[in-house]
Design a protein around this ligand. Structure first.
Ligand code: MD3
Ligand code: FE
Length: 204
């Protein structure tokens, strides 16, 4: 574990257990309307191991034919994404330091064997806005590097209730999830981890 890259703000224990449970209830309600889907890599068609859904006006999706993109509707049901829960809007207003509301909340569900390879988030038009990430459930080993693939990386264990805000120089940093530590949290009914990323997509 070394120092985090400039622009990464880690807030350990940002959410107390009650706030975590309330967010899980919010996400359960979202996922009952907008079921988790299997994201598929562009061109190769290889399924990712993470399961996803979204809330807010826009959601991030990916499939073989059309690749990574944001769209206003669920890729399977065709329904508009559920509204962004008020609690998420309030956390953004408190912590993002950005004067416009988030447009997308990507919900990632990690079963115990799930990983997410190193990547950049660059499907948004607005890189001035930060990305705000909320961890719920089992701990994970998160890795973040610089804006170039192959650069030095730092690893960080993220715990349920932690928030990280990725802004400024870190907005285009490579990052990924190397592993989940099953059984480290009792928040969820089953082992696994939920990550919520709040994002601004369009230019204000
Ligand atoms: C660093 N999710 O959904 S969140 C993703 O834990 C994603 O589910 C991971 O990477 C997860 O794209 C990591 C933390 C995160 C999110 C966005 C970033 C870190 C970031 C954008 C730039 C730099
Ligand atoms: Fe990412």
């Amino acid at each position: 574990m070394t120092a985090l890259p400039a622009g990464v703000r880690h807030i350990p224990g940002a959410l107390d257990p009650q706030a975590q449970a309330e967010l899980v209830d919010d996400i359960r309600a979202v996922v009952s309307q907008a079921p988790l889907f299997v994201p598929v890599m562009p061109r190769t068609g290889k399924p990712m191991s993470v399961r996803m859904s979204n809330c807010g006006p826009l959601g991030w999706v990916t499939d073989k034919e059309r690749g990574y993109r944001y769209q206003p509707t669920h890729p399977v049901t065709g329904a508009p994404w559920p509204a962004m829960p008020a609690r998420l809007l309030a956390l953004w207003a408190e912590l993002a330091g950005y004067p416009h509301p988030p447009e997308a909340c990507l919900i990632n569900f990690y079963a115990p064997e799930t990983k997410m390879g190193l990547h950049q988030d660059r499907d948004e038009a607005d890189f001035d806005a930060p990305v705000l990430s909320i961890s719920l459930g089992d701990d994970c080993l998160f890795r973040v590097g610089g804006p170039e693939r192959g650069g030095k990386t730092s690893s960080l264990r993220l715990v349920s209730g932690d928030i990280i805000v990725l802004g400024g120089a870190s907005r285009l940093a490579y990052h990924g999830v190397d592993r989940i530590y099953p059984g480290t949290s009792m928040l969820l009914e089953k082992p696994g981890r939920i990550n919520l990323t709040l994002r601004r997509v369009t230019l204000p």
